[in-house]
Design a protein around this ligand. Structure first.
Ligand code: SF4
Length: 415
C-alpha cells in the first residue's frame, strides 16, 4: 500500500506541473498532459535489414522504450516496415513503430500503403519535404495519415529548417530599426515553421489531436528558448529532445540539462535522448538516460534507485563501491522479470553507504539500506529496512547476504 501511495503521489505531482495539451494517441500509447511523459528511441540499423531492426527494437522495448522510430528512406525500407511489425507481433512485442520520413515521404507512403498502414505515426520534417512542391508533398503525407488514421509529428530541426520561412523572416527582420540577432530570428522561424505546418495539416483535414510538434536544436539554451515559445503558442503535445546531443558525458549532460529545465516547467509530453553511441555501443543507453531524467525529476518511476555515497578518505577499501555496482547491475538484470512479477518495485529505494557518517541516516530514508564499515570502524554493516535497524551483517559474505535481504524485501512488499 505504501508503495502504491508513493507511486500515485509522483504521478499526481507530474500532472499538476504539466502544461495543458490535447491527447494524441500513437498506437496504444497516449501522449499529452493527461498522461505520463513517454520515453521513445530510434533504431540505427538499416531498416531494410528486417532481422537486425527487429532485434534492436526488441532490445529497446525491453529496456523500456515505449515508442520506437525507424528511418523509412527508400523502397526497401518501406517494404521492410510491415515485415518488421509482423515479426514483432509474432513475438508479442506491441510497441508503436514510427516512420521517419525525409524528402520522399509523400512518394513512399503512397507507393507502399501497407507500410503506411502498419506504422503507428509518421514523422514529417517540414524543411525536408521539397522546395517548389513543398506544400503539395506535405499535403500528400497528411492525406495518407488521414486515410490510415495515423497521427503525425511535425518535427522541425534547425539543421534542416524550412529556408523559405527563414528567408522571409530574416528579410522582414532586416527592415526593422532594431533588428533581432540572427539566432533569435532562427528560433522564431522554427516556431513559425512548426505552427504553420500544423495549421496546414489541419486545413488538409487531420484532427487537432492527431498532431505532435517538436523543434530540435543542438544547444541547451536554444532548446529551452524554442520550446518555451512553442509551448506558449499551442496546445499540441510536444516531443522534446536535443538533436545531435553528442557522445558520452557531453550528450548525456547536455540532454539532461535541456530536458530537465523544460520538464520542470511542465513542458514536454514525450522525450528522446539522441546520444551518439560508441562504435558497437549499446543503443539502449539513450533509453536508460531518458528514464533516469524522468525518474530523477520524480515524474515517473522505472527502476529501483540505488543511493550510494561517493566515498572519501574514510573508505580506503572499494568494498562499498563494488557492492553499489553489484546491486545496480543485479537490479538492471532482474528488472525485466521483476516488472511483471512485482508491480510497483520500480519505486524502491536502496542505499549503499561507505561509513557511519551519513550511512545509517541515508539508509533509514531508503526502503532498504546498508552502511558498510569505514576505515578503522568495527567490521560490521548495519542494515535498515523501512527506517528501522533490521540486522547487522559481518564477515566475508556481506554482499550476498544483503542481496538476499533485498530479494526478501521485494517478495514481501511487491508480490
Ligand atoms: S558516507 Fe562516509 S564514506 Fe561516504 S562520503 Fe560520507 S563520510 Fe565518506
Amino acid at each position: 500500500m505504501k508503495n502504491a501511495i508513493l507511486k500515485f503521489g509522483v504521478w499526481e505531482r507530474s500532472k499538476k506541473l504539466r502544461r495543458k495539451t490535447v491527447t494524441a494517441k500513437v498506437g496504444n500509447i497516449s501522449i499529452g498532459s493527461d498522461h505520463p511523459v513517454v520515453v521513445q528511441s530510434m533504431t540505427n540499423t538499416d531498416t531494410s535489414d528486417v532481422k537486425r531492426t527487429v532485434w534492436q527494437i526488441k532490445d529497446l522495448a525491453a529496456a523500456g522504450s515505449e515508442l520506437v522510430r525507424v528511418t523509412v528512406n527508400n523502397d526497401s525500407a518501406a517494404k521492410a516496415v510491415p515485415l518488421i511489425i509482423e515479426n514483432l507481433e509474432k513475438q508479442n512485442i506491441r510497441i508503436p513503430v514510427i516512420g521517419d520520413f525525409h524528402y520522399n515521404g509523400h512518394l513512399l507512403l503512397t507507393k507502399y500503403p501497407v507500410c503506411a498502414e502498419s506504422l503507428a505515426k509518421y514523422r514529417i520534417n517540414p524543411g525536408n519535404v521539397g522546395t517548389k512542391t513543398r506544400d503539395k508533398n506535405f499535403t500528400t503525407i497528411v492525406e495518407q495519415a488521414i486515410n490510415f488514421q495515423k497521427p503525425i509529428r511535425i518535427g522541425v530541426n534547425w539543421g534542416s529548417l524550412d529556408k523559405q520561412i527563414l528567408t522571409e523572416m530574416m528579410d522582414e527582420n532586416s527592415k526593422h530599426i532594431h533588428p533581432l540577432p540572427a539566432r533569435d530570428v532562427t528560433i522564431n522561424a522554427m516556431v513559425e515553421s512548426a505552427l504553420r505546418s500544423a495549421l496546414l495539416a489541419e486545413n488538409v483535414g487531420i484532427a487537432h489531436n492527431m498532431i505532435i510538434l517538436s523543434a530540435k536544436v543542438s544547444g541547451v539554451q536554444d532548446l529551452i528558448t524554442v520550446y518555451r515559445q512553442l509551448a506558449g503558442k499551442c496546445e499540441y503535445p510536444l516531443h522534446l529532445g536535443l538533436t545531435e546531443a553528442g557522445m558520452g558525458n557531453k550528450g548525456i549532460i547536455a540532454s539532461t540539462a535541456g530536458l530537465s529545465a523544460l520538464l520542470q516547467e511542465g513542458i514536454g509530453d514525450t522525450i528522446r535522448v539522441s546520444l551518439t553511441p560508441q562504435p558497437g555501443g549499446d543503443r539502449r543507453e539513450e533509453v536508460y538516460v531518458a528514464q533516469q531524467i524522468l525518474q530523477s525529476l520524480e515524474l515517473r518511476s522505472f527502476t529501483p534507485q540505488v543511493t550510494a555515497c561517493p566515498g572519501c578518505g574514510r573508505t580506503t577499501s572499494t568494498l562499498f563501491q563494488k557492492l553499489a555496482d553489484d546491486i545496480n547491475t543485479y537490479i538492471k538484470e532482474q528488472m525485466p522479470s521483476w516488472r511483471i512479477q512485482y508491480p510497483g518495485v520500480e519505486a524502491l529505494n536502496v542505499a549503499v553507504m561507505g561509513c557511519v557518517v551519513n550511512g545509517p541516516g541515508e539508509s533509514k530514508h531508503a526502503n532498504i539500506g546498508i552502511s558498510l564499515p569505514g576505515t578503522g570502524e568495527d567490521p560490521k554493516a548495519p542494515v535498515y529496512i523501512d527506517g528501522t535497524h533490521a540486522t547487522t551483517l559481518k564477515g566475508e559474505h556481506i554482499a550476498e547476504e544483503f542481496q538476499k535481504l533485498l530479494n526478501d524485501y521485494i517478495v514481501k512488499n511487491y508480490s
